[in-house]
Design a protein around this ligand. Sequence first.
Ligand code: HAM
Length: 497
Amino acid sequence: MTEKRQFRAIKGTRDILPPDSALWNWFEQTAREVFESYGFRDIRLPIFEETSLFARSIGADTDVVAKEMYTFEDREQFRVAHPLSMVDVIRIDEAVAEAWQHGRIPRTPANEAEVLRLHEASQNIDREGAPALLRFLDGVRNLALGDSLTLRPEATASVARAYIEHGMQALPGNVKLYYAGPMFRRERPQKGRYRQFYQVGAEVLGQSDAPAIDAEILEMLLVLFQRVGLANAKFYVNSIGCKDCRPKYVELLREELRKVKDKLGADSQRRIETNPLRVLDSKLPEEQPIIETLPRISDHLCTDCREHFAKLKDELKLRGIAYEENWRLVRGLDYYTRTTFEVTAAGLGSQNAVCGGGRYDGLVELLGGPLTKGIGFAIGTDRVILSIQEGGEVPQLPGLAVYVAWMGAKAYSTAVAIARKLRECGLAVELPPEEMKFKKSLGLADKLGARYALIIGEDEVASGTYTLKRLADAEQKKLSENELLECLESERRGSSA
Ligand code: HAM
């Protein structure tokens, strides 16, 4: 007998159910409207890409690439006949040797070992028999012929890849793109941290790195957060310098960190050598007083970076954007240069960053593209929704408008026709598929949260009218079809305003 078992969503993933899904749609729709009002357009990107795209963009030593990516081989295999004759073995051995020579098998050390192993085994099958045949089959199966692919942990690398692939540098002006969708990171799940999470993000790519671009992006975020009622969102801004001044600062930081190494935790000790900037991200309470004494990048920016940062701050003032400077805001991805920023919101505990972003002027070149400046951000939708639910103003979203309570065969055909007309007017209408007593129908209308019940019985059919009952206060009106459409149309406009 087949075992009876229930399936559950994988750890770190979850279902977004109604009515929450309506809140998600509303947030994403509001983001689209705000971004489009700033001249951004939608880009739809693949969910998976070549692993090396992320490794190169985000950086091999970052947590995201080193520990958190969902990577898999896009499997292709040599077809192996069953049962396998000696002729087949020779044919496969020759095909493998030829494919290896012509680079059709990825030249990894693991593949090289398997190619040698299966060739050696094929030579010894006559003498050794089954053990050599098994070694041969193992070797064939272990060949990693496919590309290494990764579920996207973020989308900036994909946008940069698409920018290059489609020659977007030829487009007029700055290229302004936004995206929305799921991202994947194998992190330890907790409140506000998931393995499949959702972002809406935007990127500006082009020839200019004017601080006004950075400021406009922050203004756009402020407008969005205000519109969705995240009034207590806090903006933090920093500059982490460029490829000229940052390496000198990083070296200085490393030297200072080495002096206090013994007082640091294991993670920070390791980062002194791999990525000292990340030590500044540490939340360990015992490291905080030490970090406060470390040299700050703002004192080590080159003239250009210092001016860029000063102009950005003027621009933020001009636009009335309140922010705090945070010299420790270095971000966890390697592609950043100069401006970095984060937005935090209330009600989220330790995972309180609802948005992160910054400039990445060298990224497109790093991926083999033309000289290009870039800046962007991504908002964590899961966290925005949590924050709104935990303390913001949850908006009243229009749910079911009309429940059609009908009784009798004649009433049914009227009900079908009017339900269609009301839906065409943009109203959400529920038409029960089976006849019910009015009492039961109205009870269900109430439980479903409908704003109105439209009652159609024998009386209504005989007089060619409709009875509209407002469920909040039980007010009831008899209306002609035109009056009904007019009344509900004005209610629709009211509820979507
Ligand atoms: P990020 O800081 O890695 O930046 O992610 C941006 C936001 O995504 C975070 O502030 C957070 O709200 C959300 N987020 C990240 N990881 C998780 C998770 N495991 N669970 C829930 N939410 C999460 C980036 O991804 C960059 N691509 C942003 C960017 C765009 N920079 C320039 N352009």
